[in-house]
Design a protein around this ligand. Structure first.
Ligand SMILES: NC(=O)C1=CN([C@@H]2O[C@H](COP(=O)(O)OP(=O)(O)OC[C@H]3O[C@@H](n4cnc5c(N)ncnc54)[C@H](O)[C@@H]3O)[C@@H](O)[C@H]2O)C=CC1
Ligand SMILES: O=C(O)CCC(=O)C(=O)O
Length: 529
């Protein structure tokens, strides 16, 4: 039974979802903060479910020998080393929508808090001061809100703000004109947004491009009296520059839920005039936490139990519905990849995968990942379907995928061609209606073979007596032939024999076979069944 560790504070509903789906679960909500303890125990788990306190670093992932999936109950995955996870074949999933409404509502609440200085006014009133004239606010009606990053959360903030009678302008390179119209926002350039906005709200991930997107220069180009809200990620705003601008009055107010360093015990913004701070509370409502906990547990369990993949950041999705239909093709893809990988001895330059018939309409991205992992495994032991596309890319292996309708006799058909420095070689297979994969072509030579654990692959010249000589060698060595498959180009031309052998074929036996008249190549191939 798969075993999952929940190492951050998640709604207990997640525990129940895991159990109901047949996954063993340890709920240790404070463990994520204890790096050493996490390193000590992580090796026993197949899955790790986290919020933001647990840091799934390269070191943690390296120590996680059995780990298959990391599930982030939330959106941002800054606390997960995705590259390290990918290299080790660990899927990283998030829950992209479960907390977006809640976070957008927090941004709107922060905008009001900032416009009317509610936290400071509250503190003053409860201290018995009655400072009516000190807390003069501004209306938001008819003001311009500049949204930087108009995705899920930015889009919700924008529509809420339109409902509050604000004029909304948005900067997002990926915002289509149609979507902008749908949201009721004006798509603008960043410089334009800085010049025109009365309020600015940030909703992008933190990337190399977005780090310090609100820089000192950007602040200088803004309207005097602008107000800035950040409920996305610390690091999007130059905090030093903002602190100075708050002190000088250039920026009239700011509301921050996120900080460049978290937990933010100290920050240059603390104590500045008209600053409102919350401790990364954007997603903290009971509704959002229930949503993300259930969703992450369902996704992780679906993967661990059924192989379904959703909302993965480093792997194509496989829905729970398509997983069973895809399974026999995954097996075939694995076999084709492994077959070709074991026969590849010189530098691999490219991989071409052709999908024909029914399989062409399936999730071929996932199948291609499986083929690649099969090809690369004999060369790199730690690769799997998650890491294979990245590994192939890193090594400059060109991957080409084509899909077409059924053309020949087979209802479905996958052909894998390997391009090396020296040659081009292909192997093709199909899945029969009983769900069993078959190899149907090797190097353009037709045959029909089921792969077993140990296969003997021999290429030879098609001459009389070869089969007898081969049978004699194997018989003398007490090796039983389970299946014997033959194919040839033309009579007397190149031929292939593919035999399933019960037991191991040792190197000396391979040498004996290589010495037989007419044999060109002999190779023992191993397959995981
Ligand atoms: N404070 C909190 O508790 C929470 C914070 N978040 C954070 O909110 C942020 C937004 O989340 P979602 O809306 O769900 O993400 P999303 O992926 O739906 O939207 C992000 C948008 O940013 C845009 N973008 C990317 N690079 C950009 C750039 N250089 N300039 C302008 N726009 C750019 C993208 O095109 C996309 O539309 C994330 O950083 C997430 O981690 C999310 C949930 C809770
Ligand atoms: O889990 C949390 O409280 C943080 C949520 C968040 O920042 C996210 O989902 O990106």
């Amino acid at each position: 039974m798969a075993k999952v560790l929940i190492s951050d504070k998640l709604s207990p509903t997640a525990v129940q979802v895991f159990k109901d789906k047949g996954v063993e679960v340890d709920y240790l909500p404070d463990l994520g903060k204890d790096k050493d303890k996490l390193l000590e125990v992580i090796g026993q788990y197949d899955g790790l479910a986290i919020r933001s306190a647990t840091k799934a670093t390269e070191k943690v992932i390296a120590a996680a020998d059995n780990l298959k999936v990391i599930g982030r109950a939330g959106i941002g995955v800054d606390n997960v080393d995705i590259d390290a996870a990918t290299q080790r074949g660990v899927i990283v999933m998030n829950t992209p929508f479960g907390n977006s409404i809640t976070t957008a509502e927090h941004a709107i609440a922060m905008m009001f808090a900032c416009a009317r200085q509610i936290p400071a006014a509250d503190a003053s009133t409860q201290q018995g001061k009655w400072e009516k004239s000190k807390f003069m606010g501004v209306e938001i009606t008819n003001k311009t809100l500049g949204v930087i990053g108009c995705g899920n959360i930015g889009g919700i903030v924008a529509t809420r703000a339109v409902g509050l009678k604000m004029k909304v302008i948005a900067f997002d390179p990926f915002l289509s004109p149609e979507r902008a119209i749908e949201l009721g926002v004006e798509k603008v350039e960043l410089e334009d947004l800085f010049k025109r906005a009365d309020f600015i709200s940030l909703h992008t991930p933190l990337t190399d491009k977005t780090r310090n997107v609100v820089s000192r220069e950007a602040i200088a180009s803004m309207k005097d009296g602008v107000r800035i809200i950040n409920c996305a990620r610390g690091g999007l705003v130059d905090e030093e520059a903002l602190a100075e601008a708050l002190k000088s009055g250039k920026v009239a107010g700011a509301a921050f839920d996120v900080f460049s360093e978290e937990p933010a015990k100290e920050n240059v913004l603390f104590g500045c005039p008209n600053i409102v701070c919350t401790p990364h509370l954007g997603a903290s409502t009971s509704e959002a936490q229930e949503n993300v906990a259930i969703q992450v547990a369902e996704q992780m369990a679906d993967y661990l139990v059924n192989g379904a993949v959703s909302n993965a950041l480093n792997m194509p999705s496989i829905t729970a519905e398509e997983a069973p239909r895809l399974t026999p093709f995954v097996k075939l893809a694995e076999q084709l990849g492994s077959f070709a990988g074991q026969l590849t001895e010189t530098g691999l330059k490219g991989v071409r995968i052709e999908y024909e018939g029914q399989v062409a309409d399936m999730n071929t991205r996932a199948l291609t990942s499986v083929v690649l992992s099969g090809v690369l495994k004999p060369l790199l032991s730690s690769v799997n379907m998650v890491s294979a596309p990245a590994v192939a890319k890193d090594r400059g292996i060109v991957v080409e995928e084509t899909r077409r309708e059924q053309q020949g006799a087979y209802e479905n058909y996958i052909r894998l061609t390997i391009l090396t420095e020296r040659q081009e070689r292909s192997v093709a297979g199909t899945v029969f209606s009983n769900g069993k994969p078959r190899i149907i072509q090797i190097k353009g030579i037709n045959m029909e073979a089921t792969l077993g654990e140990t296969m003997l692959y021999i290429t030879n010249h098609d001459k009389p007596g070869f089969i007898g000589r081969l049978g004699t060698v194997l018989g003398q060595e007490a090796l039983n032939i389970a299946t014997f498959n033959l194919g040839r180009k033309e009579a007397g031309d190149e031929a292939i024999a593919l035999l399933e052998i019960d037991g191991d074929v040792s190197e000396p036996i391979v040498k004996q076979i290589e010495g037989l008249e007419g044999v060109v190549q002999t190779k023992v191939l191993k397959f995981a069944l």
